[in-house]
Write a protein that binds this ligand. Sequence first.
Ligand code: NAD
Length: 280
Amino acid sequence: MAKSVAVLGAGGKMGFRVTRKFVEAGYDTRAVEVGDIGRARLAEVGIAAVDQTAGLDGAEVVVLALPDSLIGKVAHEIVPKLAAGTMVVILDAAAPYAGALPERADITYFVGHPCHPPLYNDETDPAARADVHGGVAKQAIVCALMQGPEAHYELGAEICRVMWSPVMRTHRVTVEQLAILEPGLSEMIAMPFVDMMAEAVEVCAGTYGIPREAAFDFLIGHLNVEIAMWFGYSPKVPSDAALRVMAHARKYLIKDTWLDVLSPPVVKDSCELIVQGRTA
Ligand SMILES: NC(=O)c1ccc[n+]([C@@H]2O[C@H](COP(=O)([O-])OP(=O)(O)OC[C@H]3O[C@@H](n4cnc5c(N)ncnc54)[C@H](O)[C@@H]3O)[C@@H](O)[C@H]2O)c1
């Protein structure tokens, strides 16, 4: 087990969650945070932020919990100063897949990402049932060893299991596969459909005069049964009529090329868009 971990961006949304997990797990945790809001958030739970030099001094693992558009800039500043064999952990595939990390062969680059607690789960505790981000409810995680000795895979996976505990499954993927999962599957497939469903509820209410709560209840309940049936949590028994209208509606909703959003060139372009902070 690595003993010392520096978290850069320790007071941010993800950094704050993972820094507390390292402290709880007994790591020598160095919380590096430049923002006043982040430093105040850390101070509220008794974690003192340290400056970057003190944080990196002797750290075996450096977690970059930074905005994806800053990861390349900060990595180019700090990686030349790290001791050989140090592991740098990045929490999203965008910057690594877009080629934003500096070349240095004797440093390990490890990329991990939480899956977030599943929609259908066995949690019974109210706090766990209400936890959609992770940290209270169990979740799976995905991990990729981008470069470094094979033995570092288990070290990186262990770091990710601490950050995102409680973890029920760890999946090993490549960095490209992780980028296909996010931004691809989660943000370029799932999120647009969710966004369109929310918009459709407003159209039911605003254009067709259906009480908004009726449209909402109707959609959420049908989503519950449809997701359960399509993803194997319940027998798939839709009516023949429902399947026929679904096929009919797909012609209105979806271009034949829709699955191209998961292709490596489109995913790479999206990662570059994230890293460069530009809009499409
Ligand atoms: N937010 C999420 O739910 C979530 C989920 C999965 C993965 N991630 C990944 O986690 C990473 C961080 O995302 P976030 O949403 O927590 O970002 P964020 O903007 O909430 O936090 C970033 C923090 O970094 C700090 N910071 C900026 N420059 C710094 C520097 N040079 N040194 C130290 N601190 C610095 C900022 O003050 C801020 O507190 C990203 O790679 C993101 O893709 C986030």
